[in-house]
Design a protein around this ligand. Structure first.
Ligand SMILES: C[S@@+](CC[C@H](N)C(=O)[O-])C[C@H]1O[C@@H](n2cnc3c(N)ncnc32)[C@H](O)[C@@H]1O
Length: 240
């Protein structure tokens, strides 16, 4: 067995099947989702604009972008076919959303050709996040709005289980909570792999300050920055 086979790897294909349990049951994912959507709804996007969601997963946000800006084209970009298949189901009937099944490493745009961008819970998984930040800056036209959300701290999977467990018990009772946890086994397993990849340095970890500095260094102007997801994630609203 070689080193690669022994190394823990997140299986995004497996994660895709249960990923939307986060939106259904994780109050922290839900709160951030609501916060980001209300911010996006205030964007002024001209007809014919191009918006991109990088590492767009099951389409929770890209589909909302497409619904909110029917006269813009939304590009949902993700390297995982199962994540994209889930997104395609949600996007049924939307004519202004394209799903690009490709890694960020193979993605490029002409300078200034995007008018808005999301990169949520994904930057830390990219092979060279600082370079991607710089590329994003060149792809956007001046003044374009962006949202970055990134888990920068090493995830404490046990503490997360406890926090969500208490929330679910108070909302659904013990029997239903046990059922949900059984169903969400894949999520726990993949999060444990994410933790190991963060610890080994394969996934980017950062403090809130380091995250904001990286965004500013790439040329963006930060409008609002906060910490969410029980202290693990950084949320930044910025402009090119
Ligand atoms: C935690 S999910 C986030 C999904 C979505 N943005 C959300 O917040 O609900 C991370 C996503 O990044 C994608 N991803 C990981 N590495 C990637 C890469 N190199 N290029 C493109 N997408 C990648 C995964 O397939 C996965 O769908």
């Amino acid at each position: 067995m070689n080193e690669l086979e022994l190394a823990p790897m997140v299986d995004w294909n497996a994660y895709a099947q249960q990923y939307d349990m986060l939106l259904a049951y994780n109050p922290y994912y839900q709160a951030t989702f609501t916060n980001i959507l209300s911010e996006i709804q205030g964007w002024e996007i001209a007809p014919g604009s191009k918006l991109a969601d990088l590492g767009a997963g099951t389409g929770n946000y890209s589909v909302e972008l497409a619904k909110n800006f029917p006269e813009a084209l939304v590009l949902h970009i993700d390297s995982n076919k199962n994540m994209n298949a889930m997104a395609a189901k949600k996007a049924a009937g939307l004519t202004n959303l394209e799903i690009w099944n490709q890694p960020i490493e193979d993605t490029t745009f002409n300078g200034g050709s995007l008018q808005g961008l999301l990169c949520l819970n994904a930057l830390y998984t990219f092979p060279n996040p600082l370079r991607v930040l710089e590329q994003m800056h060149t792809w956007l036209s001046p003044g374009s709005p962006v949202v970055f959300l990134d888990p920068g701290r090493v995830m404490n999977v046990f503490s997360w289980r406890m926090a969500i467990g208490w929330h679910l018990i108070s909302k659904y009772g013990i029997a239903q909570t046990l059922k949900i946890f059984k169903h969400a086994k894949v999520v726990g397993k993949q999060n444990a792999y994410i933790r190991q990849m963060q610890q080994s340095g394969k996934y980017w970890t950062h403090s809130h300050e380091e995250f904001c500095q990286a965004i500013e260094k790439a040329g963006f102007s930060i409008e609002k920055a906060s910490i969410c997801f029980r202290g693990d994630c950084d949320l930044v609203f910025a402009r090119r």
